[in-house]
Design a protein around this ligand. Sequence first.
Ligand SMILES: NC(=O)c1ccc[n+]([C@@H]2O[C@H](COP(=O)([O-])OP(=O)(O)OC[C@H]3O[C@@H](n4cnc5c(N)ncnc54)[C@H](OP(=O)(O)O)[C@@H]3O)[C@@H](O)[C@H]2O)c1
Length: 248
Amino acid sequence: MMTDLSSQVVAVTGASSGIGEATALACARAGAAVALAARRSDRIEALAARITEEGGRAIALPTDVGEESQARDFVERTHSELGRLDVLVNNAGVMLLGPIESAPTEEWRRMIHANVFGVLYCTHAALPLMREQGSGHIVNVSSVAGRVARAGSGVYNLTKFGVGAFSESLRQEGVAMGVRVTTIEPGAVATELAAHNRPEVLEQMAKRFAGVTPLAAEDVAGAILYAIGQPANVSVNEVLVRPSGQGG
Ligand SMILES: NC(=O)c1ccc[n+]([C@@H]2O[C@H](COP(=O)([O-])OP(=O)(O)OC[C@H]3O[C@@H](n4cnc5c(N)ncnc54)[C@H](OP(=O)(O)O)[C@@H]3O)[C@@H](O)[C@H]2O)c1
């Protein structure tokens, strides 16, 4: 059955590609008004235009979620322009893998900027609005890498384990505010995420995932829709979803 999100407002970070784009589209098709954040304004503007052409409601708000003032503007403009804030999907992220020794430390900063500070700043801006509303739902996109650490993934693991711990703490604090929290932990998904890695890292990843058919971004969007489409008395706290062929 199609989840009915009509009259809901959903803010999605990292909506310019992959899981965020698929989630925003799926939410809009389920009737939600959506706010789209990412740095590539052309991509989110094109997605907003597509949703509008389909009869939906969408606004594109170019944002670097790791910059506190931009994250706050995104969340507050979503609320002021679309009238509410029912769901915040903290999805924006970067995955730059490779051994810790001799890693370009700029890669660490880029991951912590988006995967950690992005989640923190957007959440911080959303909570007072959701408290005042008496309801809200925050979905944090972590990863299997937030549950299982591996050599060659140390700092990405650090960011995603951090998201898992933060989400559980937030879940407990959210209970008194009527705010539900869900952590989504996908395995391999066919998106642009891996493509930003150095060639030697890409080679390693190809070996590790040889023979695994990855999930589509739409599969993960389906898991997010499942979580946010539940009745108010149901709080789906975690969804770990791997491709059927992925062992580790
Ligand atoms: N693909 C997988 O296998 C997989 C598995 C587990 C978890 N995940 C998680 O899923 C989430 C989405 O990734 P994806 O697979 O859909 O990859 P993707 O296609 O590369 O999408 C990443 C999104 O994050 C945005 N982003 C990155 N840094 C940002 C920043 N500083 N400010 C605002 N937006 C930013 C990108 O937009 P701009 O570049 O336009 O800003 C893009 O829209 C990530 O958190 C990732 O860790 C992915």
